[in-house]
Design a protein around this ligand. Structure first.
Ligand SMILES: Nc1ncnc2c1ncn2[C@@H]1O[C@H](COP(=O)(O)OP(=O)(O)OP(=O)(O)O)[C@@H](O)[C@H]1O
Ligand SMILES: [Mg+2]
Length: 278
C-alpha cells in the first residue's frame, strides 16, 4: 500500500508564466480501448519529468478513470470533488511517483458519461487554471469518439493517438482521426504504435494509415490530414508486470525495451514539442 499522496498545492505566491509560455496541452487518446494510453501517459510523464519538465497528467477519462490504479494513488480530492464544489482545484493536484503531478478524476463517475454545459465549463476552466504552472499537461482521455472524449481532446493543442498494430485498433484509430479532422479541423495528429512486434513496424503502419487518409480525409485547407509518427513501443512483458505491481515501468524497470522506447519518445517530445528545460 502506498501512503496517502501529498497534495501539491499551486503555490499561492507563484507567479504564473505568461499565457504564451503556459503548458503544452497534449491529449493522449485512441480509437480502441485498452491499447496503452494510460501506460504511455504515466510513463512519458515520468520520462519528461526526469528531463526537467514540469509535467501534469490529468485523468480526462471522467467516467472510467484508472490512472489512480496504475499509480497506486489514493487521492483524498479528485476532479469530481472540484466539479461538485467540495474542494478547490489546488487540492486535487497530487505528487505522483516519478516526479510529476496528477489530477485524478475519481473512479466510476457515471454521471459524466453525459457532458452537461456545467461540466464542460468546469473542465475547460480547470485546464486553463492549471496550464500556467506546468510545461506540459497530458490529458489521459477515454477511447473512442464519445462526447466526453472529443471535448477533452478539444482542450488540447496536440493530439497523440495510441494504436496497436491490430487491424481493429487501426480501423478505430482511423475513425477517430477522421472525426478529429472533420469536427475539430485538425491539420495533423501525432501517432505512437504501442505493442509493436518488430522495430520499424510502427513507421510502416503509420505510412499505411496516411495513405488511407490521403484518399479519404481532407482537412479544411484542402490538404490531407498529416500523421506525424512519434515512435513505437515494443510489446514487453515488463509492462504488464509493472501494471500488476502498480508501479511505473520507468521506475521499476528503466532498462527494459518498453521503458527505453518511452525514454526515446520523451526525447522526441522534448526536441519537437516542448521548450528545452534549463
Ligand atoms: N508495450 C506493451 N507491452 C505489453 N503490454 C502492454 C503494453 N502496453 C500496454 N500493455 C498492456 O495493456 C494494458 C492496458 O493498458 P492501458 O491501461 O494503458 O490502456 P488504455 O488505453 O489506457 O485503456 P483504457 O481504454 O481502458 O483507458 C496494460 O495494463 C498492459 O497490461
Ligand atoms: Mg486508460
Amino acid at each position: 500500500m502506498s501512503d496517502a499522496p501529498s497534495t501539491q498545492p499551486i503555490p499561492a505566491d507563484a507567479s504564473p508564466a505568461p499565457a504564451q509560455t503556459g503548458a503544452r496541452i497534449i491529449a493522449v487518446t485512441s480509437g480502441k480501448g485498452g491499447v496503452g494510453k494510460t501506460f504511455v501517459s504515466a510513463n512519458l510523464a515520468a520520462a519528461l519529468a526526469r528531463r526537467g519538465q514540469r509535467v501534469l497528467v490529468l485523468d480526462a477519462d471522467l467516467g472510467l478513470a484508472n490512472l489512480d490504479v496504475v499509480l497506486n494513488l489514493h487521492p483524498k480530492v479528485t476532479l469530481h470533488d472540484v466539479f461538485t464544489g467540495k474542494a478547490r482545484l489546488e487540492e486535487a493536484v497530487i505528487a505522483a511517483p516519478g516526479g510529476f503531478s496528477v489530477v485524478l478524476a475519481g473512479s466510476g463517475m457515471v454521471e459524466y458519461s453525459r457532458l452537461t454545459p456545467e461540466v464542460r465549463s468546469q473542465f475547460f476552466h480547470a485546464v486553463q487554471k492549471l496550464a500556467p504552472y506546468f510545461d506540459v499537461i497530458l490529458l489521459d482521455t477515454g477511447a473512442g469518439i464519445s462526447e466526453v472524449v472529443l471535448f477533452s481532446i478539444s482542450l488540447a493543442s496536440e493530439v497523440l493517438i495510441v494504436a496497436t498494430p491490430e487491424p481493429t485498433s487501426l480501423t478505430d484509430a482511423y475513425a477517430a482521426i477522421k472525426v478529429l479532422a472533420m469536427q475539430q479541423k485538425r491539420q495533423h495528429v501525432r501517432m505512437i504504435v504501442n505493442q509493436a512486434a518488430r522495430p520499424g513496424d510502427g513507421r510502416a503502419i503509420t505510412g499505411q494509415l496516411q495513405q488511407v487518409l490521403d484518399r479519404f480525409v481532407m482537412t479544411d485547407s484542402g490538404r490531407p490530414l498529416r500523421l506525424i509518427h512519434m515512435g513505437d513501443i515494443p510489446a514487453d512483458p515488463a509492462v504488464r508486470e509493472a501494471v500488476m505491481r502498480r508501479q511505473l515501468l520507468q521506475l521499476l524497470n528503466p532498462g527494459c525495451p518498453a521503458a527505453l522506447a518511452v525514454a526515446q519518445l520523451a526525447n522526441k517530445f522534448q526536441e519537437t514539442l516542448l521548450r528545452h528545460a534549463a
